[in-house]
Design a protein around this ligand. Sequence first.
Ligand code: MRU
Length: 357
Amino acid sequence: MPIPSKVETLRWRDARLELLDQRQLPERIEYVTCANAGQVAQAIRAMVVRGAPAIGCAAAYGIALEGLRFAGQERPAFDAGLERAFQLLAQSRPTAVNLYWALERMRRIWRQSGKRPPEAIAAALLAEAQQIFAEDLQINLAIGAHGATLVAHGARILTHCNAGALATAGHGTALGVIRSARAQGKEVSVVATETRPFLQGARLTAWEMTQEGIPVTLITDNAAGYLMGRGEVDMVVVGADRVAANGDVANKIGTYTLAVLAARHRIPFYVACPLSTIDRSVAQGEAIPIEERPAEEVLGYGECRWAPQGVVARNPAFDVTPADLITGLITEKGVIAPPDRRKIEALFGCILLERPG
Ligand code: MRU
C-alpha cells in the first residue's frame, strides 16, 4: 500500500479546525484556524481550502464546530444555530458537489438524533466529520490502486489544476493515481499545467510532486497541445468537481480544452474521483452550476496587476467535459470506461447508499 502523503491539508486540533492556507503555498506553510462554521465558509470561499473532497471535509468539520459551539444551549437554540451553519456553508462555493454531499451526511446525523441532548448530538456530529475525513483517505488509496493499473511504466502523465493531497484528506485522486503507480515501481513523470488564474498547478501540484521527488515538468496551460502534438504526453488524468448522471464532468476551467486536445491526439483521458463527486440528480453536464469567481483573479495575481484599468474580464472557474471525450472514470469501486448513465447506475447499485440509522 502506498504511503499517504505527509501533507496535512486539514487537521483537527484542540476542538478547532486548522486549514493549510493554500493561498500561501509554496512560499509559506501557514494554517488558518477556524472556530465556527462562518469562518469555515469564508475559508472555502477564499480558497484557503479547495478541491472538491477537501471542501466536503472542511464543511463537515464546520458543522461539527457549530455543534460544539451551541452544545450548552437548549435544543431550539442549538437547532437554530445548526440550521444557520448549514445555510452558510451551502452558500460557500457552488460547483463541487462534495460540499452538499458532506452537508447531507451531517444533516442525516442531526435528523436521526431524535430528542437527544445537544451535547450528545454535537459529539455525534464531530464523530461523523472525522469519519468523512478518514474515509476520504481510504477512498483515495482505492482510487489510486484502480488507476495505477492503467498506467504504463515510464508514462508521462499530464494533469491539470491540483487533485492531490491538498485537494483531499490525503493521497489525492488524480495525483493519487500517480502516487500509487510510483509505489508500484513504475517510473512515471508528471506534466503539470500552470492552471490560470489561481495557479493550482504551478503552486500546488508542482509543490506536492517536488516534495516527494516525483519528476514534474511545469507548462503554461496553452503549451499542452504543443506537447501532445510532439508525442510527449502518454495519458491525461484529472480530478472532478461534479459528475452528472450521464458521465459529463465539471472540473477546473481548461479541462474541456485538454479533453478536446487529447481526443485529437488519441491520448487516453481519465477522470479520477470518488463516488461522492457523482451527482445523479443532475442529468447532464449543462445543468451543473458553474462558479464565476471575481474578475480580479484574471486581472492580476497577488500584488501584481497586468491588465488595464477598466477592462472587462470573465472568470468561470470550471467547465464541463462531455462524457464522450472521457476514456474512463476512475473511482474507488473500479474504472468505468467509457462512462455512461448505465455504468454509473451500476456503480451505485453495488454499494450501500443509505447508512443504517
Ligand atoms: O477551484 P478549485 O481549486 O477548488 O478546483 C479544484 C479542481 O478543479 C479539482 O480538479 C477538483 O476539485 C478535484 S480535487 C480532487
